[in-house]
Design a protein around this ligand. Sequence first.
Ligand code: NAP
Length: 306
Amino acid sequence: MAARNIALVGIGKIALDQHVPAIAASPDWTLAATISRKGAVDGVPAYTDFAAFLAERPDVPVVSLCLPPVPRFAYAETALLQGRHVMLEKPPGATLAEVQELERLAAARGLTLYTTWHSRMAHAVQPARDWLTDKVIRRAHITWREDVRKWHPGQDWVFEPGGMGVFDPGINALSILTHILPQPVHLTGAELEFPANRQTPIAARLAFSGNVTADFDWRQTGPQTWDIEVETDRGVLALRMGGNVLEIDGQPAAGQASIMGEYPALYARMTELVQAGAREVDLAPMVHVADALTLGRRILTDPFDF
Ligand code: NAP
């Protein structure tokens, strides 16, 4: 089948690091336009105005939005109203209700809406889900500790309202957790550390039903930690390196590991959804973040500057 045209909106860090190479390597997609105020991709028609792109390019049926969450809704809504299929970076929006509104708009028009969760496509996530499917979960703990200065240099939007703070990476862990556990859990308590000069937390400790806990921290220098450990009635599973390494009872385990990278796998899934005229909208990871921000105890900590 011929490759479909796709446009990327918001040519920043993740668009250049992951989306552009994944589209270039895909037989399904041709990067036919970019829309960004400052960013561009060599050899690809670049627009700075989304309305002008939509008016001039009816040949591009799909848009992939790589903007931060707060400005994303307006672009997604306009794209759907103009009859384009839409793929959303994580987290899919700034609020739950706006994503539900996008789903309603897409469904009414028979368009695809895909709320991507790239960490679910990490190599060992599906084998972990398969292994856990018939186990009883006794306890689980997430440790997601990284250095915000290394991964988000100068990105002040992460500390603005809607930027989610440490939940920007933490929601990746929650996207894995909500995918691999055989039963859903719900948040029962949270402690959130807010820098005195910022609007979003830099660290969070979460407690869930089912003896599940999480420790997110954006102040970790040196080795970075993206681990999920799950104790079951028949052994202990550990997912390390952001879902890329699986251990059972302390020993490496392969399982049916995905051979595709995270972003190539997202674009392959988008192909399936567009071909089927289907939508995939999963808000479960974001529900936990919203609940933590609703229920969390606020602790003020040292001011943070990049
Ligand atoms: P970014 O580089 O700060 O922003 C992406 C682009 O969005 C910017 O280059 C900017 O392009 C555009 N933009 C920013 N604010 C805007 C606004 N108010 N209105 C319109 N356009 C705006 O962010 P990023 O790191 O790529 O992250 C984008 C999304 O990807 C986030 O949801 C993030 O969680 C997700 N993500 C990021 C990473 C990562 O490693 N950084 C990894 C996975 C997922 P112009 O100024 O040219 O318009």
